[in-house]
Design a protein around this ligand. Structure first.
Ligand SMILES: Cc1cc2nc3c(=O)[nH]c(=O)nc-3n(C[C@H](O)[C@H](O)[C@H](O)COP(=O)(O)OP(=O)(O)OC[C@H]3O[C@@H](n4cnc5c(N)ncnc54)[C@H](O)[C@@H]3O)c2cc1C
Ligand code: FES
Length: 279
């Protein structure tokens, strides 16, 4: 029987600096690793580790159609992620997974899609956004609303520009604290509601960001006519096993590692401690 806890090495092919504390790592498999392990769905995560340092869940930010590599966008937040930031191309990190559920994009053909993220919340959504752009004609209009604390903290700056060029797609970006060169919007992500029409009764929203952002975004989405079941939220919780064994990620009887990390608002609003999850 396969041991779920066994990790396998991946090689860092290249590193892209996104901001002062965030980097995107492009990873390829070692020859002996099982090729099937790179199969995943947008929204899933891997348990990423360094021997003797630690292990943490990290969302896959590349797209399943990217053949032969995986990408993680990692913020240097603590012991493991700071150690990963010290690595160079050619170094190894260890992964197991993919784990968790995913965004059900195959069921959303023809629908208008709204992606709303804050800070390091864009990396998990990038996997879905790129998957949707690969089949652009299968979906309705696309709106991407993205907020960061400062212009330097925006991830995927060049890619955001290419997304603006996609057919029937609007990309709106805002920062809380502009610098001298910033000419765009200023304010939290919900202030972008004043810059575009978000009214819809059938649109589907994908939300990822800090809990306080999620709380206020959900309020705006509901006021704009989004239905509870059309709001998909991806949650972060402290995890250990990642496979439903240890209970570390338990919220209201659900395990974020196997029942999530993607939940609809109709599921979340039934959680007795909803305020702790998205506030
Ligand atoms: C499904 C999922 C996907 C994720 N995807 C990404 C991603 O794509 N990119 C990314 O950068 N991060 C992601 N994260 C977050 C990442 O897993 C955490 O930040 C992780 O803790 C980093 O590990 P570390 O050892 O570097 O930091 P840690 O040592 O765990 O410290 C990180 C921060 O959390 C605090 N902390 C640590 N333990 C606790 C605790 N028990 N209670 C409260 N605070 C604590 C620390 O003080 C520090 O501020 C994801 C998390 C989940 C659950
Ligand atoms: S992390 Fe162990 S049950 Fe979810």
């Amino acid at each position: 029987m396969r041991n779920e806890y066994i990790t396998y090495p991946v090689i860092i092919e290249s590193i892209q600096k996104e901001s002062f504390d965030t980097k995107t790592f492009k990873l390829t498999l070692e020859d002996k690793a099982p090729a099937a392990s790179f199969d995943f769905k947008p929204g899933q995560f891997m348990q990423v580790s360094l021997l003797g340092v630690g292990e943490a869940p990290i969302s896959i930010t590349s797209c399943p159609a990217d053949a032969g590599f995986l990408e993680f966008t990692i913020r240097a937040a603590g012991k493991l992620t700071r150690a990963i930031h010290q690595l160079k191309p050619g170094d190894k990190i260890y992964i197991r997974g993919p784990y968790g559920n995913s965004f059900p994009i195959e069921q959303l053909g023809g629908r208008d899609l709204y992606f709303i993220s804050g800070g390091i919340g864009l990396p998990p959504l990038r996997s879905v956004i790129r998957t949707v752009f690969d089949k652009r004609e299968d979906f309705g209009k696309i709106k991407i609303l993205y907020g960061a604390k400062t212009p330097d903290e925006l991830c995927f700056k060049e890619e955001l520009e290419t997304w603006k060029e996609m057919n029937d797609t609007e990309v709106l970006i805002t920062v809380d604290e502009p610098d001298d060169g910033w000419q765009g919007s200023v304010g939290v992500v919900t202030t972008l509601w004043n810059k575009t029409d978000m009214t819809t009764s059938s649109g589907v929203a994908f939300v990822c960001g800090p809990p306080i952002m999620i709380k206020f975004v959900v309020i705006e989405l509901l006021q704009s006519g989004f239905k509870d079941e059309n709001i998909y939220i991806t949650l972060e919780r402290y995890m250990k096993c990642g496979i439903g064994k240890c209970g570390h990620c338990n919220i209201a009887g659900k395990f974020v590692c196997i029942d999530g990390p993607v939940f609809t608002y109709s599921q979340l609003k039934r959680f007795p401690d909803k305020e702790r999850v998205i506030a």
